[in-house]
Ligand binder design. Structure first.
Ligand SMILES: NC(=O)c1ccc[n+]([C@@H]2O[C@H](COP(=O)([O-])OP(=O)(O)OC[C@H]3O[C@@H](n4cnc5c(N)ncnc54)[C@H](O)[C@@H]3O)[C@@H](O)[C@H]2O)c1
Length: 349
């Protein structure tokens, strides 16, 4: 039986996860395959009540699930969002989920803000390195609060870390029949760290005959994603640039409410979550778009070997969009719950 751990988290994360979980139940019912879902309490409420973020024992037990579905973390009652960093970065780093996979796919022509673009033009995937770079928290502040203050944030690039994310991008391209992999860096300015990316990319590309390997500096790539997104199939980049590019990607596919992501390490428990955060100003108002969470759940189904259910859920979302049944952020009039119900009606049909 497939076992899924669910961490709804904070704010709208709780509302969108509820819809994703019920959609997973509907898909399992439709396919007749058992699915075990266990909800875990970690988030701001739990932290404020108990002082606990994500205990080591919980982290260990997460490894025993097939996958983790997460809503979002971040709550104004925890000003430094310590719990969010502990839980999200804790899972990503300690489970060594080095792949952040963010599909950028336009599901209906009218959703993109790019003039004249159609679903045929926007269909690529961004692979963001997820365990290194500027996010490792190495560095320090010297003479804090004085005019002589110095702040240093280290950018960590290891040969192993860089090579494995690049190799995964090529493996993904090969498995999905994609013909192009583009690596993006800033090696003209970051002449040490990103020189390593250049060399690793050239070396790995040699193992993948028939897949075109190309390169763009990240500033040029940001421009081209807007100007001519049809040229991209698979993009691989570092932690920092992947963070920014995938939000740009989310917008050209129709907005944050719709964007899905997976944090992966082949053969290990993966973590799936919508790209958006906990949007505290929308929390508890039944206005959040659950599609990003539902599509993240579909990605998860695919990864745990339930591709038929993944297709069913994706088609249900596409069906709703084509009929104009959406939440306010996408120009529709449905609430979070009603949106979830419409998706499930199509899953169960
Ligand atoms: N992975 C995560 O858990 C994650 C990611 C990003 C931000 N955060 C946290 O979330 C909190 C809020 O951050 P933020 O405001 O910068 O980003 P956010 O993604 O929560 O919200 C930004 C804006 O996007 C819109 N939006 C986002 N998701 C939406 C949805 N599902 N439906 C409708 N509209 C939606 C809203 O207008 C919202 O105000 C912060 O505490 C931040 O640290 C968490």
């Amino acid at each position: 039986m497939t076992r899924i751990a669910v961490i709804p988290g904070d704010g709208i994360g709780i509302e969108v996860t509820r819809e994703a979980v019920e959609t997973l139940r509907a898909a399992a019912l439709a396919s007749g395959r058992p699915l075990y879902l266990e909800t875990l309490p970690y988030g701001a409420d739990h932290f404020l009540k108990t002082g606990e973020t994500l205990p080591d024992a919980a982290l260990d037990s997460l490894r025993s699930y097939d996958a983790i579905l997460l809503g979002a973390l971040g709550d104004p009652r925890v000003p430094d969002n310590r719990h969010a960093a502990d839980i999200l970065l804790g899972i990503r780093f300690k489970l060594d989920l080095y792949i952040n996979q963010r599909p950028v796919r336009l599901l209906a022509d009218h959703l993109t803000p790019l003039k004249g673009r159609t679903t045929r033009d926007i269909d690529f995937v961004v692979f963001r390195e997820n365990t290194e770079g500027l996010y490792v928290g190495m560095g320090g502040i010297f003479k804090k609060g004085t005019p002589d203050e110095i702040a240093i944030q280290e950018d960590v690039n290891t040969r192993k870390g860089v090579e494995r994310i690049i190799r995964h991008a090529f493996e993904h391209a090969r498995a999905r029949g994609r013909r192009r992999v583009l690596m993006s860096d800033k090696s003209n300015a970051l002449t040490y760290g990103h020189d390593l990316w250049q060399r690793a990319f050239r070396d790995v590309a040699r193992d993948y005959n028939g897949i075109e390997a190309s390169h763009m500096y990240v500033d040029a790539l940001a421009m081209q994603m807007v100007k001519d997104p049809a040229q991209f199939e698979v993009i691989v980049t570092c932690n920092m640039f992947g963070d920014i590019l995938s939000d740009l990607g989310a917008q050209i596919q129709g907005g944050l409410g719709l964007a899905a992501s997976g944090n992966l390490h082949p053969g290990k428990t993966g973590l799936f979550e919508p790209v958006h955060g906990s949007a505290p100003k929308h929390a508890g108002k039944n206005v959040a778009n659950p599609m990003g969470a539902v599509l993240s759940a579909a990605m998860m189904l695919e990864e745990v070997g339930r591709a038929d259910e993944a297709r069913l859920v994706e088609q249900a979302v596409v069906g709703c969009i084509r009929e104009g049944l959406t939440t306010r952020d996408m120009g529709g009039g449905l609430g979070t719950r009603e949106m979830g119900e419409e998706i499930r009606r199509r899953v169960s049909a």
